[in-house]
Design a protein. Structure first.
Length: 681
């Protein structure tokens, strides 16, 4: 079990002897090379120097970029030299014989092993069972695939509407040609088949380009994701199901999207086709006069507003494309802010600037006094963490839990309470349970009593509230009062961890004070297991989620570009249909700037309309993304956050997009002469 593998590009695992080590390949970005000296500081303050002989791949270990910790391997002699005891073990790996993917069965076996070891005199601190049959990063990868799949299908829908706009533009240009073909004997079905064959040809051409491009992108993205999550993928190969979907998207979707526009264009009569003069060519003047209020709006803007709504079906298709693209864009920004809010909620459980965990329990007044003597330290709290086994029945082998006991007056925790209340001074056997325990036992509720075995003795606990924390938490955490638990386990006034508040809260100040505290503890023989800075905790959490969000933003931007292409196609069609109108306006004195302003304003009006509607459509998409990504990555739905960042960003993007999408059609319109426009066919 847990067999080490050669690092990428290597044929074997480097050998290592006394005072030598090998590191997991995920630590390569740190810059150490084989032969370099690595200095380690032990918990008692002593320093040891190891020689790096190379790298290997720890398949089951957390990579450095996710855990912010390097997995290093040494031989037993070096382990003893570093202060360890080769005759004792701190971790036992267990593999079951049957039902290896049944989580309940695996948990029951592990609990039975833990109980057997405890009866033999061993101390079991916790039992950790990952999702059986899956890599530890399975949930993260599923979250990424969920987002990619959702955005991929939405992109196909958007592309369908883009095809409708493009085909409509093509058929508008070919109206008179269709009339000529019909006049010379061409049948409706014959002409229809000709255009469908054209679409199929374009689809096959796109398929030939898309397949190798998609394979390259899939291999690149898959390899990058695998390295980020700490595993090596197999040699990339395409799957038949993927190729079938590509054929459907490249050939059948364009045909389905273009059938109606083609049919509507080829069914016209010869007379209608040959007498087509563009939009408004056969219109009759209206008798009603101009509304007196309309004179407040400049005439070019009135023309732009009128033109916007003249082709309502086409406007609807364009708006749908832009609205969907904008809604996805805004929803992704909302997802980003939801991640930040989830991290802020997690931070509420770790409000200290410095968290110090000890190798064993120490008198609180002793360690707190040492910490408070360091300049820049404003406060310190002693916390207690203790393991227990939750028993849900006589036949139940038990579920491992971890008590977290802050002082009843703690100012360094701000939990997200979902029901009931938080702990108060005087609560004795009261407990607040979290969403991770409720996932295992969904029937638990406020007022229930729990039986928890602590050091072989059964204790009773009363549920007074429930809290929620996102992320993978194993074993489940149960919050109780320090004053009660410390007496119950016979360790009153003893702290296993110290939560420290500093006067300055930036990373540099926290690191400086943390170094001073560690040095002070080392001088007094207090052994530290680990330390964590509050600023580093937030940075590490955001680093993990930001990579996913950046990737989603790229996808959302591509979708927005598709929407922009749809708007450009619409504006090109509109200008094409109004060629004769533009000629009339130029004949009565309209300048190039007037023509360009009318077209660009029309594009901006469409863009701003789509922006307003996108805000509403972004709400359900945000809910879906937050639920799906939250469940996949953080094991709990993320509360959606509807922020202004995405709305403002999309407004700016829409204005720029509307201007750019209209600029080329506007330039073409203004470059036409009066003779060319009036002679347009």
């Amino acid at each position: 079990m847990n067999v080490l593998k050669p690092a990428a590009g290597e044929t074997g695992i480097p050998k290592y002897g006394n005072k030598e080590t090998i590191l997991d390949a995920s630590a390569i970005p740190l810059g150490y090379k084989p032969g370099d000296k690595i200095v380690l500081e032990l918990s008692d303050g002593r320093k040891r120097e190891l020689t790096l002989t190379g790298y290997m791949h720890d398949v089951t270990g957390f990579p450095y970029n996710l855990a912010n910790r390097v997995n290093a391997y040494v031989n037993p002699s070096t382990f003893e030299w570093l202060g360890g005891d080769p005759s004792t073990y701190s971790e036992l790996a267990v593999s079951v014989l049957e039902k290896q993917t049944d989580q309940e069965h695996v948990m029951a076996i592990c609990q039975a092993v833990a109980e057997r070891m405890e009866r033999a005199g061993a101390t079991v601190y916790y039992v950790n069972v990952y999702q059986p049959g899956h890599h530890f990063a399975y949930s993260i990868s599923q979250g990424v695939f969920f987002v990619l799949g959702t955005l991929g299908y939405l992109t196909v829908i958007l592309s369908g509407f883009l095809i409708v706009n493009t085909i409509t533009a093509l058929m508008t240009q070919h109206t008179r040609q269709i009339g000529i073909m019909k006049a010379t004997g061409g049948g409706t079905l014959q002409i229809f088949s000709m255009y469908v064959a054209l679409i199929v040809g374009f689809g096959i051409g796109a398929l030939v380009i898309a397949v190798p491009l998609a394979n390259w992108a899939a291999e690149l993205i898959g390899k990058g994701m695998a390295e980020w999550l700490g595993f090596y993928p197999d040699v990339y190969r395409g799957y038949s199901g993927t190729y079938i979907q590509q054929v459907i998207v490249a050939v059948f979707v364009p045909v389905l999207a273009s059938v109606l526009p083609i049919y509507n264009s080829v069914k016209v009569t010869v007379r209608e086709a040959l007498s087509d003069y563009g939009l408004g060519g056969n219109a009759k003047p209206k008798d009603d006069s101009v509304n007196k209020n309309s004179v407040l709006i400049p005439r070019p803007i009135r023309i732009s507003l009128r033109n916007t709504f003249r082709r309502k079906v086409r406007l609807g298709l364009t708006l749908f494309t832009l609205v969907l693209g904008g809604a996805i864009f805004i929803a992704v920004y909302n997802l980003w802010e939801s991640f930040d809010k989830a991290i802020e909620d997690i931070q509420g459980y770790f409000l200290a600037d410095i968290n110090i965990a000890f190798d064993r329990g120490y008198r609180y007044d002793k360690v707190a006094g040492i910490a408070m003597s360091i300049p820049g330290v404003e406060g310190a709290e002693g916390w207690l963490e203790y393991t227990g086994t939750l028993k849900m029945g006589d036949e139940d082998s038990g579920t491992q839990i971890l008590f977290v006991a802050p002082p009843s007056t703690s100012q360094l925790i701000d939990p997200v309470i979902t029901s009931g209340r938080w702990l108060t001074t005087g609560d004795e056997n009261a407990v607040v349970i979290g969403n991770h325990l409720l996932q295992i036992f969904p029937d638990l509720k406020i007022g229930d009593w729990l039986t928890i075995e602590i050091d072989g003795k059964e204790t009773k606990w009363h549920i007074i509230g429930t809290y929620s924390i996102t992320g993978n938490v194993s074993p489940p955490l149960l919050y109780v009062n320090y004053e009660y638990l410390s007496v119950l386990v016979g360790q009153p006034e003893v702290a296993y961890s110290l939560r420290i508040v500093t006067a300055e809260h930036d990373s540099a100040a926290q690191k400086r004070i943390n170094d001073q505290i560690q040095a002070a503890f080392e001088r007094r023989g207090i052994q530290i297991r680990s330390t964590q800075l509050g600023a580093d905790f937030i940075r590490d959490q955001k680093a993990q989620t930001d990579i996913l969000v950046y990737f989603i933003l790229v996808m959302a931007s591509l979708i927005a570009i598709v929407g922009g292409l749809g708007l450009m196609g619409t504006m090109s069609i509109n200008v094409l249909e109004r060629t004769r109108e533009i000629g009339v306006m130029r004949a009565i004195g309209a300048s190039n700037a007037d023509i360009q302003a009318i077209v660009i304003t029309e594009g901006m009006v469409i863009g701003i309309l789509s922006w307003a509607v996108s805000i509403l459509f972004a709400i359900p998409i945000t809910n879906v993304l937050c639920f799906g990504v939250g469940m996949a990555i953080m094991t709990a739905p993320m509360p959606p956050v509807y922020g202004m960042t995405g709305i403002i960003a999309w407004l700016i993007f829409t204005i720029v997009l509307g201007t750019l999408a209209s600029a080329l059609p506007a330039h073409r319109a203004s470059s036409l002469t009066v003779r060319d426009t009036l002679a347009y066919e």
